[in-house]
Design a protein around this ligand. Structure first.
Ligand SMILES: NC(=O)c1ccc[n+]([C@@H]2O[C@H](COP(=O)([O-])OP(=O)(O)OC[C@H]3O[C@@H](n4cnc5c(N)ncnc54)[C@H](OP(=O)(O)O)[C@@H]3O)[C@@H](O)[C@H]2O)c1
Length: 243
């Protein structure tokens, strides 16, 4: 039986995907009770506890905060979980993935979909002028680059890396906001966003039949241009330096 590890598999889109895969896959759905992915040590310990052969790794854990929160490692929280942990998981689980027949990493992210998203190369932890949407935009851009960085770093790997932006999904994300933004986003999501159960359908297909290209970027199901390799290599170097 194929094994899928879903970081962020206890809630929202990741949980809906875990439920869809429940028959036919061995699903390991992870949440903050399994490991605090804002911590480099806990993330590394978690990697050590996971199976030695993994067919699919889904990167769906994330958190944003209206206020700047600093982790025990001294990193800005959303950068730690949305960027650094995904880098550590994909890199650390690469040997386990490479033992599978058709391994795939599925990164749920912003892939080109959030205008103005850029890396603050000199201040990635946003010590100067933190704003939640600045952190979200930076995280979205960084994840685009993580996929390109992985493909560039491991050119011979059989692992297919898929960057996927599900667009607006009613997953309960508004619970992280203060009022009145929480109520406003909650109502807007209930009216206009896709349900998490529906968002999980194309994700299951991608895990079942991974694309043939080493790196694929999709906004819902529409392919979009791949991120620049030079910036991706720069982010990889920055993250390696950080840890
Ligand atoms: N929803 C959207 O409209 C949308 C749009 C585009 C992209 N995305 C991206 O898709 C991904 C999933 O979104 P979602 O809306 O489904 O998210 P969500 O409902 O907020 O779920 C987040 C998941 O991350 C886990 N998590 C949070 N903090 C953690 C920590 N410190 N350590 C370990 N796990 C932690 C949560 O586990 P616990 O509940 O156990 O804490 C939960 O399983 C995110 O990366 C998001 O940026 C979402």
């Amino acid at each position: 039986m194929r094994t899928a590890v879903i970081a962020g598999g206890t809630r929202g889109i990741g949980k809906a995907l875990a439920d869809r895969l429940a028959t036919g896959w061995n699903v390991i759905g992870l949440g903050s009770a399994d490991a605090d992915l804002t911590s480099v040590k806990e993330t590394r310990d978690l990697i050590g506890r996971l199976p030695s052969r993994i067919d699919a790794l889904v990167l769906s854990a994330g958190r944003f905060s209206p206020r700047r929160i600093v982790t025990a490692d001294g990193f800005e929280q959303s950068f730690a979980i949305n960027v650094l942990a995904r880098y550590l998981l994909a890199d650390g689980l690469r040997p386990a993935l490479e033992r599978a027949e058709r391994p795939v990493v599925l990164n749920l992210c912003g892939v080109g979909g959030i205008p103005g998203g850029r890396l603050h190369w000199d201040d990635p932890h946003l010590t100067d002028g933190y704003r939640m949407f600045r952190a979200i935009r930076q995280g979205a851009r960084a994840n685009d680059l993580l996929g390109a960085g992985f493909a560039g770093h491991y050119p011979g790997t059989p692992i297919r890396y898929v960057l996927y932006n599900p667009l607006f999904v009613d997953s309960g994300l508004h619970r992280h906001l203060d009022q009145p933004a929480r109520a406003l986003l909650g109502v807007t999501a209930a009216l206009f966003a896709q349900k998490a159960t529906a968002a999980a359908v194309p994700l299951e297909r991608l895990l079942d039949r991974p694309p043939t290209a080493a790196l694929t970027a999709l906004r819902r199901n529409v392919p979009i241009p791949l991120p620049a390799a030079a910036d991706a290599a720069r982010l990889y170097a920055l993250l390696a330096d950080m840890i």
